[in-house]
Design a protein around this ligand. Structure first.
Ligand SMILES: Nc1ncnc2c1ncn2[C@@H]1O[C@H](COP(=O)(O)OP(=O)(O)OP(=O)(O)O)[C@@H](O)[C@H]1O
Ligand SMILES: [Mg+2]
Length: 291
């Protein structure tokens, strides 16, 4: 590894810090910098994964190009306003200038396979987010049809799964239907493309926003931070899968004494390196390009 992870940026524009990204307000546009921060169990880890922000940015750019859905991307270059503050070019390759949208406050989740909170829900209720499913499904089984299972975007803490009815009550039936159709459309297209590369996209989370009276795709798209990617060749229902996402970090943390209610411990170098390799592997497999 040549460079230390980029954990934080300081540009003189109004900043909103997400768990992973630093978002600067440039007036009518936003400047989104993907740092190398990594979060797990709603905590940001004290150390980062070198190049993670660049990998995720490039993957979102790849999908924006492939998906053919109207999205927020304006440019992947460092904007003129920010250039004086980036003499070493550390932001290059890990940033996007995007249209500032009015965020629709739902995480549009779609699940093609039974894992994560969907699997937990199914074990407890036989349903996923209020949708009845056949009995005897196994962990990581493929679902008969991909399910749209929205969640609220919580300002702090966990996002909460909600039924489609609750979403309809909140934003109206026409918009809820539009988001559902658009989200399933993106997922299905992504699944089709990833399949050709030997990757299963088990589930993903999209965000949408209003721009110019239209609904456009915002945020990151089909990255290992927003999706579960599994290697198709080793997919075996009935257990958790080898994955390209931060599941690796989660599993490491579960093996430590950390209680998930206090600041997390540093990730050891070996975990950092293996996580980095997984992110890069995901990028290279999906895009067919070398990082
Ligand atoms: N085009 C856009 N217009 C407005 N907001 C956007 C746009 N694209 C992304 N965002 C917002 O920028 C933030 C990206 O930061 P990040 O993903 O690191 O945050 P986060 O930890 O997920 O926080 P949050 O829970 O608020 O999403 C998100 O809040 C996302 O909703
Ligand atoms: Mg986010």
């Amino acid at each position: 590894m040549n460079f230390p992870p980029l954990l934080e940026t300081h540009l003189p524009f109004p900043r909103r810090q997400g768990k992973v990204r630093d978002v600067y307000d440039l007036g009518d546009r936003l400047f989104i910098v993907s740092t190398d921060r990594i979060s797990a169990f709603d905590w940001v880890m004290p150390n980062g994964i070198p190049d993670k922000g660049a990998v995720l940015t490039r993957l979102s750019l790849y999908w924006f190009e492939q998906l053919g859905v109207e999205n927020h991307l304006i440019s992947d270059a460092v904007p003129v306003e920010a250039q004086p503050y980036d003499p070493d070019g550390v932001l290059t390759g890990r940033c996007m200038v995007v249209r500032k949208a009015q965020v629709i406050p739902f995480e549009c989740v779609v699940r093609g396979y039974l894992e994560g909170s969907g699997w937990k829900d199914y074990q407890a209720t036989g349903q996923v987010c209020g949708i009845d499913l056949l009995p005897n499904l196994k962990q990581c089984d493929v679902l008969p049809t991909p399910l749209f299972t929205p969640a609220t975007k919580a300002e702090t803490g966990h996002d909460e799964n909600v039924s489609f009815e609750v979403m309809c009550q909140s934003i109206g039936i026409p918009l809820a239907n539009e988001l559902k159709e658009k989200t399933l459309g993106v997922y299905n297209r992504g699944v089709e493309l990833a399949k050709q590369r030997g990757i299963i996209i088990a589930d993903t989370k999209l965000e949408w926003g209003w721009f110019d009276n239209r609904v456009i795709l915002i945020d990151e798209v089909l990255t290992p931070d927003s999706s579960r990617f599994w290697p198709a060749e080793s997919w075996t229902p009935g257990k958790s899968q080898a994955s390209f996402d931060k599941q690796f970090v989660r599993e490491y943390l579960m093996g430590t004494t950390w209680d998930k209610n206090s600041p997390p411990p540093n990730l050891p170098e070996a975990i950092v390196e293996q996580t980095r390799a997984r992110y890069i592997d995901a990028y290279e497999r999906i895009t067919g390009k070398s990082f």
